[in-house]
Design a protein around this ligand. Structure first.
Ligand code: NAG
Ligand code: NAG
Ligand code: NAG
Ligand code: NAG
Ligand code: NAG
Ligand code: NAG
Ligand code: NAG
Ligand code: NAG
Length: 611
């Protein structure tokens, strides 16, 4: 036991030390300043039943093989396993929680996260407990789920799953996690992991924050990332690594923009020619098994994976196998026909296109619908000129095109609903084309706060992807080559269309419900940060997404304002975000740096302005 004076000193150290877990901030969080150690043979129960976990599973080189038995999978599962595929049909709460416990403990014990970068220079020993001066241990972790999971827990519409949890850790070592759903248990276990550090002796793990009391729940139900796998292919393991990092940040929806005019990586067994011709290379495709394994991997981490086939524009890659369905494929100059090369749109009044989509959706949608509630039919940036080249239409007049587009959307959305999925579209469909949508449809806004205002004003449910804040590909320069002369002069210094770079502070400042009435705000289900991949491939992915998507994640989970109604502050957030970044790196994700080490080791004012 510590003397009162020592406790006071520790409180002071805690105040002055930059170490300050948890990201995203819980709704309510109180912590003390007593040390508790965590033992690898910790007693863990889930609704009274013992959870098996073996510390001998920490060997990161020993990955399980696909197809191994379910029991082996759960037991062997560690924090990040390339190629890990949960097995078995249906989802079982106990299996999900058991695997999550194994990942949580593997992360605490396996990642060896010693926070020297987050404590004063050469003073880590003042932050760490003295292992020779008595050790108080956490005795048990009791996990209680207060109601049974429902089928929709594993493929929820926004708001259908209760992600809340409460966590307490008493000063004498009783830990208790309570949640309504297994998803809430997953969120609580991640919070638990973030309370611990590895001791520099290498053989102890501790939290300096006991006693702890947390009540937590998300502000927005839809907290997502859009990953474009068409401009550049992202491997199955890159997507799974992204899902892992999303779960650590309590993000819960991955939107895969899986096809576009540049490539079609999605294998459709009943029409093999589409990916065979449309993929960049035979190695750059997703088999049905890949898609299935990505969605299951997500469900095990509380991340719902849904897909978008963008149409009727952004679909040029279909021309490589079915030229008869597409107009304006790779037409030049591209800027008369689309936003970027190669152009290509579906013919809007073609029975052949309708037959193609009937066959495509009959093949694809029944395979997606067991694992997600949504399907995105795209609809952005349709250029009216394209139908000038359609021998069945020969017009770029809105009055001619609008009824055809309405019919096209109605037909596709009927197919989406028939498969048990809810349609999502880009904002141009209702706002630019005045297409009437079903009441269930969710609209994704990208053109700014005014679009969100206008859509919610019309009664639509909205996902905010305001490009001024949430397009993480922006600000990294043009990819179009500028010829010497006029183009060179005009575009110098070659910033891209959505310059500047959206740094984490800017992203953190953005409130998806900015300038909305309460009525309108209720319709904003959340937001997605977008990784458009013209200049991004898996080599750069981690550092572009993280920790900027973490910044958005905190706004979506915790809210733009804190408990007292004030905007969250960069001063308060930076130490936690820096720590989260260190944890992500320790867990194998190459997240970008928040501040140089001088700042992460400094007190709260040394890298602040004004002082
Ligand atoms: C968390 O605690 C609050 C306050 O006691 C309670 O209202 C809520 O139901 C608890 N939630 C869970 C998931 O146990
Ligand atoms: C359509 O093409 C004409 C040239 O024929 C061009 O002037 C116009 O800007 C194009 N419209 C769009 C929306 O790109
Ligand atoms: C669309 O196709 C139908 C059937 O071929 C035809 O009757 C109609 O005129 C076409 N509409 C337009 C706007 O071209
Ligand atoms: C329609 O086409 C005409 C002729 O090419 C062009 O002048 C006009 O700008 C086009 N309209 C739109 C909306 O692109
Ligand atoms: C949609 O409605 C707006 C406002 O009435 C109008 O300005 C616009 O031209 C319409 N767009 C189309 C494609 O009909
Ligand atoms: C809070 O942040 C919003 C943007 O999210 C900004 O418009 C507003 O001015 C800020 N309020 C204060 C008091 O700084
Ligand atoms: C808020 O929305 C109204 C209505 O769309 C708009 O006129 C106003 O400019 C917006 N305010 C800000 C600060 O963006
Ligand atoms: C932070 O460090 C600066 C420079 O060493 C010092 O002047 C200041 O008092 C410190 N502030 C706090 C809050 O510790």
């Amino acid at each position: 036991m510590f003397s009162p004076l020592l406790s006071l000193l520790l409180v002071l150290l805690a105040v002055f030390d930059p170490v300050s877990a948890i990201w995203p901030a819980p709704q309510s969080y109180s912590k003390g300043s007593s040390f508790l150690y965590l033992h690898q043979n910790l007693d863990i129960t889930y609704n009274g039943a013992r959870v098996r976990w073996s510390s001998s599973l920490l060997n990161h080189d020993d990955f399980p093989k696909e197809g191994a038995s379910a029991e082996y999978m759960i037991d062997r599962q560690i924090n990040y396993v390339p190629g890990y595929v949960p097995v078995g049909s249906g989802f079982n709460s106990k299996e999900i929680v058991t695997a999550a416990v194994a990942r949580t403990l593997a992360s605490i014990f396996g990642d060896k996260f010693v926070p020297w970068r987050l404590t004063k220079r050469h003073q880590l020993s003042k932050f760490e407990p003295d292992v020779y001066k008595g050790q108080n241990w956490i005795k048990n972790l009791q996990i209680v789920q207060t109601s049974q999971d429902k089928p929709c827990t594993f493929k929820p519409l926004a708001g259908e799953v209760d992600e809340s949890y409460n966590f307490t850790l008493s000063a004498d070592g009783d830990a208790k996690l309570t949640a309504v759903s297994s998803t809430g248990v997953l969120r609580g276990l991640e919070t638990f992991a973030q309370l611990f550090y590895a001791h520099s002796t290498g053989t102890f793990w501790y939290t300096p924050f006991a006693p702890v009391s947390i009540q937590d729940s998300p502000k927005f139900p839809h907290r997502g990332i859009l990953l474009d796998t068409a401009r550049n292919y992202m491997g199955v393991n890159d997507i799974k690594r992204t899902i892992d990092a999303m779960a650590w940040n309590k993000l819960n929806v991955l939107h895969v923009h899986v096809t576009d005019s540049q490539s079609w990586p999605l294998e459709i067994p009943s029409m093999p020619e589409v990916a065979r011709e449309g993929a960049y290379h035979a190695s750059q495709t997703y088999t049905p098994h890949d898609i299935d394994s990505i969605q299951r991997y997500g469900i095990h981490r509380g991340v719902e994976v849904y897909f978008e086939i963008d149409m009727p524009g952004h679909i040029g890659s279909v021309a490589l196998s079915h030229p008869e369905l597409i107009v304006a494929y790779n037409e030049q100059p591209y800027w008369w026909w689309c936003a970027e090369p190669p152009c290509g749109a579906f013919k809007l009044n073609s029975t052949a296109v309708d037959d193609f989509l009937e066959k495509l959706f009959n093949d694809l949608l029944p395979r997606l619908s067991p694992y997600s509630a949504y399907f995105h039919t795209g609809g952005d940036e349709l250029n009216k000129n394209d139908s000038m080249l359609d021998e069945g239409i020969r017009s770029n007049d809105s009055a001619v095109l609008q009824p055809l587009l309405q019919k096209f959307i109605d037909a596709q959305h009927a197919r989406v609903r028939k498969a048990g999925l809810t349609p999502i579209v880009w904002e141009e469909i209702p706002l630019e084309w005045n297409v009437t949508l079903g009441k269930d449809t969710v609209v994704q806004a990208w053109l700014g706060d005014e679009s969100v205002k206008s859509l919610t004003g019309k009664g639509y449910k909205v996902i905010d992807s305001n490009y001024n804040y949430l397009y993480v590909d922006c600000g990294r320069g043009q990819w179009i080559n500028m010829e010497n002369g006029e183009a060179f002069q005009t575009f110098y210094p070659f910033g891209d269309w959505c310059d500047p770079y959206k740094n984490w502070r800017l992203i953190y400042s953005h409130d998806p419900i900015f300038n909305l009435t309460d009525e309108e705000a209720k319709l904003v289900i959340g937001a997605e940060a977008a990784v458009w991949a013209e200049t991004i491939d898996p080599v750069a992915l981690d550092g572009i997404l993280w920790p900027r998507a973490s910044a958005m994640g905190e706004v979506l989970w915790s809210g733009r304002t804190d408990a007292s109604g004030h905007n969250r502050s960069q001063l308060e957030a930076t130490p936690r975000l820096s720590e989260m970044r260190e944890r992500m790196v320790a867990r194998g994700v190459n997240a970008a740096l928040v501040q140089m080490t001088f700042c992460t080791q400094a007190n709260s004012t040394e890298c602040s302005y004004p002082l």
